[in-house]
Design a binder for this molecule. Structure first.
Ligand code: ARG
Length: 484
């Protein structure tokens, strides 16, 4: 059997099998192989620049790394015998190129190496998440533009409040996802500083050219304190907070749609191919995808808390507890990416039940605030206008009639300010157009907000391209070395 350990000097006894298994992280961190290889390639260049290895050795290492990469990708390695991905790469490299490989860890520790791998992994993951958010936002915009004439009741306290454009409601979620997108762009920046050079905790004992490593690995900044680097995972916590935030937003959107899809509301129809049946009740068509996303949000929020709790009591610098961070991080990534993806496909396939929606607009005195506003515009104070309107509504409820059933003479008994134009000022369309304020539901404003959103999406697509060019590629480092 191969030597699968990279620390066999001090500890002579073989490890207890169960204890050994307990320490292994390979099952999870094998996902990081490409980042570990890319990081190791750049580090080898750094060792050559410092004079630890010569040019021939550098080229041998890079070619060996390429071979290891191929062997992993072609399933030629017995991955599970190794403790972690770092030991695997170093040992397999030694298997390919012999003694030279044993120089690769000079001035490096798995403590800074794992931070590097995680940062590179996260930079790519964030790019994927941002891509998914942009598709979701585009689908929301498409839906909003196609439904500009649909009016729904807006609710507060789950009680009918005022009429709103359905598109305005949709744009409220666009805005939430807009903030999520900004958070993920910021997370990319917090992953963008080079940990290498920190070594185990006090810094490398070799004059490693960190500027060169930074350039090769396409980082913007350098981590500035080795003890901080070895023991901090703030960049993961920040990312998990963004993940939790977008899952909360998705969860609320799901909750709305589950309610709108219920037979009591019947505002929407979810495409059958996104629903499931019941094993016992033959009539059922359940919105399980939405419920699952709502459920998965709890996992991701849990991951954020797991991460915070993992860190909070740790003594300074690296402690093995930190190995658990990958379980937490990967769990969140595994929930967030598919949740955004399936949600944006699901909303593309929702139909609105306009006739059912329209029925609900007739009840609930949605125009009440506009009646009060009408009186204010005629000269009444708002508080009195509010009371007068309240009394009128109470009367209508008792008589089981609607506001427009009241004749002008009856209205005048409540206030001399009522005139004939009150009916047109308070019809459902006017209630919408009366909200001319730039964040309001007037159609003109909603159209403007859609336009602004479309422009923002175009800018963000460009920004996404820019950050996508800020991830290192093994082949580019290899080409650099080939040219030396
Ligand atoms: N597998 C470890 C982790 O993920 C790598 C670092 C190990 N460092 C150590 N000093 N044992 O955290």
């Amino acid at each position: 059997m191969k030597n699968n350990k990279i620390w066999k000097g001090r500890i002579k006894k073989d490890m207890d099998k169960l204890a050994e298994n307990f320490t292994f992280s390979i099952g999870l961190d094998k996902e990081l192989y490409l980042y570990d290889i890319t990081g190791t390639a750049a580090y080898a260049v750094g060792l050559w620049k410092t004079g630890i290895i010569n040019k021939g050795e550098l080229k041998t290492i890079i070619n060996g790394l390429e071979k290891v990469k191929q062997n992993i990708e072609n399933n030629k390695i017995d991955i599970e015998i190794y403790e972690d991905i770092h030991s695997l790469i170093e040992n397999e490299l030694a298997g390919e190129i012999g003694e030279v490989a044993l120089k690769i860890h000079t001035g490096r520790s798995r403590n800074d190496q794992v931070v590097l791998d995680e940062k590179l992994f996260l930079k790519e993951t964030i790019i994927d998440v941002l891509g998914e958010i942009i598709v979701l936002q585009e689908n929301i915009l498409k839906w909003a533009k196609n439904t500009l004439d649909v009016i729904i009741p807006a609710y507060t306290h789950m009680q009918k409040a005022q009429p709103a454009l359905f598109a305005h409601y949709l744009m409220s979620y666009f805005q939430k996802f807009e903030r999520d997108k900004e958070s993920f762009f910021n997370n990319f920046e917090s992953c963008d500083s080079l940990p290498l050079g920190a070594a185990a905790c006090t810094g490398s004992g070799y004059a490693i050219d960190r500027e060169l490593l930074k350039k090769l690995l396409k980082f913007k900044n350098l981590d500035s304190n080795s003890m901080d680097t070895a023991g901090s995972r703030d960049f993961i916590m920040d990312f998990l907070f963004s993940c939790s935030k977008i899952m909360i937003h998705l969860s609320r959107f799901c909750e709305d749609l589950i309610i709108y899809n219920s037979s009591e509301f019947s505002f929407i129809n979810i495409e059958e191919s996104f629903c499931t049946g019941s094993s016992i009740m033959p009539q059922k068509k359940n919105p399980d995808i939405l419920e699952l996303i709502r459920g998965k949000s709890s996992i991701v929020m849990g991951n954020l808390f797991q991460m915070m709790v993992l860190i909070k009591g740790l003594p300074s610098t690296y402690n093995r507890d930190l190995q658990e961070d990958k379980k937490i991080l990967f769990s969140a990534c595994n929930e967030v990416l598919p949740s955004i993806n399936i949600f944006s496909r699901l909303i593309e396939n929702i139909k609105l039940n306009k006739s059912e929606i329209n029925k609900t607009l007739k009840e609930g005195f949605l125009e009440a605030t506009d009646i009060a506003d009408y009186l204010v515009k005629k000269g009444e104070s708002f508080r009195k206008a509010h009371n007068i309107t309240g009394e009128i509504i109470k009367f209508c409820i008792d008589k089981k009639i609607s506001f427009k059933d009241l004749k002008l003479e009856e209205l005048k008994k409540y206030s001399p300010y009522f005139e004939d134009d009150v009916y047109s000022y308070t019809d459902i369309y006017s209630c919408i157009s009366n909200k001319e304020v730039d964040c309001g539901t007037a159609k003109k404003q909603v159209i403007l907000s859609i336009k602004r959103a479309e422009e923002k999406i175009e800018t963000d697509k460009q920004n996404l391209k820019i950050i996508a060019s800020r991830v290192p590629v093994f082949e580019e480092i290899k080409a650099f070395v080939d040219d030396l």
